[in-house]
Write a protein that binds this ligand. Structure first.
Ligand code: PLP
Length: 362
């Protein structure tokens, strides 16, 4: 290719998503496979969302509401913040991208925990910024190490609570102390994609720290507990001044009309959410117990996924599980060569996962 490409773009490793079921079945010629690799909702989409989407389909000839009026008002009631603090995204991934695009310039620094969600690294590099990594301590985000990484060039700090891929949380106490140390010219992003699954009462919840002064941005998504990953809808809660900036670069119709309708309905689907959360908690307890009995080491989580130490090359285990029709994630490329990440599925999926793992580890 003759077109020059900035070095910072060439430095990006493309995001590699969990293998889709269809791809596995095509490549391996098998049927009835299960996917426990992308932390998706095993119960399917919110039924109320499906109904709302069917109705909204009849108006697909019209452009979406570019201001996201109804959904933003619903989120505002749900969280208890004013609508001017809310920005919708084509998934919360897009808000990460908008933040990087708006606030990072070549040479700036973004501090990120490592390992964590890969999108922070990809978007920071995409804007020409330098990702500055703060390693985890005992699989948890170490806020002291994050503070140590701050320099005059730091513009954004990304935090993931609970952290993907480790499932650990940031506590209220730790976050209280941390946020007081942050200079006014640095944005702290709290990605709360899995916050609904947290059982630990000491977990920090971002909006409790929103005061329209602290440059804190909270990210939430409809992709996990609401079961709408394929629809692509998420949102950010932030000081109005930051929302104003994001709205300058936001594509006018970034949240499509089916996504807006589905998300509005999903927020009302309280019964479904409760069902999902208890299924995940029961599934976790079931898996913990089964792994304990087999003497397999794992790391308890506050999310709907967790890490298991398979004591062998995680890429090999991943391949072997694929052959048995079970998709998980190898954590080798994340710096954990013998760990896999698995998310909780339906009861029968959890059982199949255990059977496949047992067979491979024997
Ligand atoms: C799944 C996930 C998201 C959600 O991304 P969407 O773009 O909203 O689907 C965000 N952050 C983390 C850490 C995730 O694991």
């Amino acid at each position: 290719m003759k077109i020059p490409v900035p070095d910072y773009i060439l430095s990006i490793t493309p995001y590699s998503p969990g293998k889709p079921l269809e791809e596995l079945e095509r490549e391996y010629g098998i049927a009835d496979s299960i996917k426990l690799a992308s932390n998706e909702n095993p119960l399917g989409p919110s039924p109320m969302a499906i109904e709302a989407i069917k109705n909204a389909m009849l108006r697909l000839n019209r452009y979406p509401d570019g201001s996201g009026h109804d959904l933003i008002r619903k989120i505002s009631d749900h969280i208890g913040v004013s609508p001017r603090h809310i920005v919708l995204g084509n998934g919360s991934d897009e808000i990460i991208g908008m933040l990087a695009f708006a606030f990072l310039q070549p040479g700036d620094e973004a501090v990120l925990p490592n390992p964590s969600f890969l999108m922070y690294d990809i978007m920071a590099r995409g804007a020409g910024a330098v990702p500055v990594f703060a390693p985890l301590t005992s699989l948890s985000i170490d806020l002291d190490l994050i503070l140590e990484r701050i320099t005059p060039k730091t513009r954004i700090i990304f935090l993931c609570n609970p952290n993907n891929p480790t499932g650990t949380i940031i506590t209220n106490n730790d976050f209280d102390a941390f946020i007081k140390e942050i200079p006014e010219d640095i944005i702290v992003v709290m990605d709360e994609a899995y916050i609904e699954f947290v059982r630990d009462q000491n977990c920090a919840v971002g909006y409790e720290y929103m005061d329209n002064k602290t440059p804190l941005v909270i990210l939430r998504t409809f992709s996990k507990v609401y079961g709408l990953a394929g629809l692509r809808i998420g949102y950010g809660i932030m000081p109005a001044a930051i929302a104003d900036i994001l709205n300058r670069i936001r594509l006018p119709f970034n949240a499509n009309s089916l996504a807006q309708a589905g998300a509005c309905a999903a927020l009302e689907d309280k019964g479904f959410i409760e069902k999902v959360v208890s299924l995940i908690h029961e599934g976790l307890d079931f898996l913990y117990d089964a792994l304990d009995r087999r003497g397999i080491k794992y790391f308890p989580t506050q999310s709907n996924f967790f890490l298991i130490d398979v004591r062998k090359d995680a890429d090999d285990i991943y391949e072997n599980m694929l052959r048995q029709g079970v998709i998980v994630r190898s954590m080798k490329s994340y710096g954990y060569p013998s760990y896999i990440r698995v998310n909780v599925g339906l009861r029968e999926e959890n059982v199949r996962f255990l059977q496949a793992l047992e067979k491979i580890m024997a």
